[in-house]
Design a protein around this ligand. Structure first.
Ligand code: ATP
Ligand code: MG
Length: 232
């Protein structure tokens, strides 16, 4: 039986329980053998933003997946030269794992940006796409996007969550548990010295605290400006 390999790319700044739970549910629903987390080295869409070092994001991912033998970590996007393009990574995963069936996991928000990605149409021929609810989740919108931006021949297969195509790979709408957690929110909370516990694994929580990630400057436990003007 060919290996069924899930791939979840992202900035993972930081990895959180929304990523981990969605990956776990995708693995179960689609009978995947493994899910590889692929942190982007140079995200083309986030070049202007400050993101923590690849090493720190990698370390947090290591801590997060520790203990789950079906989760793996890939440095694919670090090894490929230049900007991180999903199409190149998927081609390489295919080359390095011949005979493996690839499933590209993507959150509901990121899916609808795929038409801005480099050579995006090729992605739909390289791997089944698994769209994760986050927490929005509308199969009709996914179908509309796929038919409008990729190919008019996509059709929903009733009762399966699958959108099929005569030549291209399938698109799945995974009805995963909706977890309204984002790295952006976690960074904001950490910057305000507020708790991020139970949004990330405990080990990641400790790592962020020990390394004072996402905190601007040092200083006391409460930021005076935020205490006065904060959104809490
Ligand atoms: P940021 O707020 O910095 O964009 P993020 O929480 O969206 O961070 P990413 O690293 O951008 O995290 O996400 C990697 C992938 O995981 C993307 O496809 C994203 O849509 C998906 N994802 C992120 N959070 C969730 C969640 N809570 N549930 C399901 N999918 C998610
Ligand atoms: Mg994101």
């Amino acid at each position: 039986m060919p290996l069924r390999l899930g791939i979840l790319g992202g900035t993972f700044d930081p990895v959180h329980l929304g990523h981990l739970r969605a990956a776990e549910e995708a693995m179960e629903f689609l009978g995947l053998d493994q899910i590889c987390f692929v942190p982007v080295a140079l995200p083309p869409h986030k070049l202007e933003k400050n993101i923590v070092s690849f090493e720190s994001r990698w370390r947090m991912l290591q801590l997060a997946i520790n203990g789950n033998p079906r989760f793996c970590l890939s440095d694919m996007e670090l090894r490929l030269p230049g900007k991180s393009y999903t199409v190149n990574s998927l081609k390489n995963f295919g080359k390095e794992n011949p005979g493996t069936e690839l499933f590209f996991l993507v959150g509901y928000d990121a899916f609808f940006e795929m038409d801005t990605w480099y050579e995006y149409k090729k992605i739909f021929a390289l791997a089944d796409i698994v769209v994760l609810c986050r927490p929005e989740c509308r199969q009709d919108e996914i179908l509309e996007f796929a038919t409008g931006k990729v190919s008019g021949l996509y059709e929903a297969v009733p009762g399966t969550g699958r959108i099929g195509h005569p030549e291209l790979c399938s698109i799945y709408n995974l009805l995963n548990t909706r977890m309204d957690i984002s790295s952006t929110r976690i960074r904001e909370l950490a910057a305000q010295r507020r708790s991020i516990r139970y949004l990330v694994p405990d080990s990641v929580w400790s790592y962020i605290a020990e390394n004072a990630l996402y905190q601007k400057g040092s200083g006391g436990p409460v930021n005076f400006e935020l205490a006065r003007n904060g959104d809490g």
